[in-house]
Ligand binder design. Structure first.
Ligand SMILES: [Zn+2]
Length: 220
């Protein structure tokens, strides 16, 4: 049967077309045995372009978009106001509380180093390397390296070679480069202002843990 992809979300200049979750996705999600199956069920199977490679934050962003389209109910929170200490309810619209932040890909230039950054290319390699990494820092570095299209105008470096180049950088040079990459990479912004209806106090809340993200019947 031909699938229709009626919805779209933007990641940088790319219009990512997707469809809502179907029963088959739920089945696959509940029976998935590895992370790849899980990612397929929740996101990749729902995309028109299945060759796309999403970074971890891009994946979370598209997952949130698909969830918000597929399940109309909002995510429900109860907050305790820091000022008046009264409880209040907040129904979070994920499309509003989460947004993507990034700068266009380009060259990161520092001293005699030029890193030309671009989008990810090989999903299998990317996910394999990210899943095998055992620390957050290592994941971050792998993500950075796999976004490098060329180093000093040479686009022929392998992952290992780029890894060695990174390891040989002076620590302060590395820091400067990472600061620029941090501005450029796609980041999920999930910090949002919520206002207490009792005293009108506004506080910033980080929506990192989402209760009710999946329906109860999807419990694995
Ligand atoms: Zn209050």
């Amino acid at each position: 049967m031909e699938e229709k992809y009626e919805y779209s979300a933007k990641i940088r200049d790319t219009e990512v077309k997707y469809r809502k979750w179907k029963v088959k996705d739920k089945k696959k999600f509940m029976n998935s045995e590895d992370k790849r199956d899980l990612r397929d069920a929740l996101v990749y199977d729902c995309l028109e372009d299945k060759t796309i490679t999403l970074s971890e934050d891009e994946y979370k962003y598209i997952l949130m978009k698909i969830r918000e389209t597929s399940l109309e109910d909002k995510v429900h929170y109860t907050f305790k106001c820091v000022k008046c200490e009264q409880l209040y309810d907040f129904d979070a619209d994920l499309n509003t509380i989460m947004s993507g932040e990034f700068l266009p890909y380009g060259d990161i230039i520092y001293k005699d180093h030029i890193f030309t950054m671009s989008s990810l290319k090989n999903r299998e390699f990317y996910e394999g390397a990210i899943d095998a990494a055992d620390s957050k820092d290592e994941k971050y570095l792998i993500d950075f390296i796999l976004h490098i299209n060329a180093y000093n105008d040479n686009d022929g470096y392998s992952f290992q070679q780029l890894n060695e180049i990174m390891n040989e950088l002076d620590a302060d040079v590395f820091e400067k480069i990472i600061v620029k990459w941090e501005e450029m990479r796609f980041k999920l912004n999930n910090i949002y202002e919520v206002q207490c209806p009792h005293c009108n106090n506004v506080e910033l809340f980080e929506f990192d843990d989402l209760p009710g993200f999946f329906p109860e019947s999807w419990d694995r």
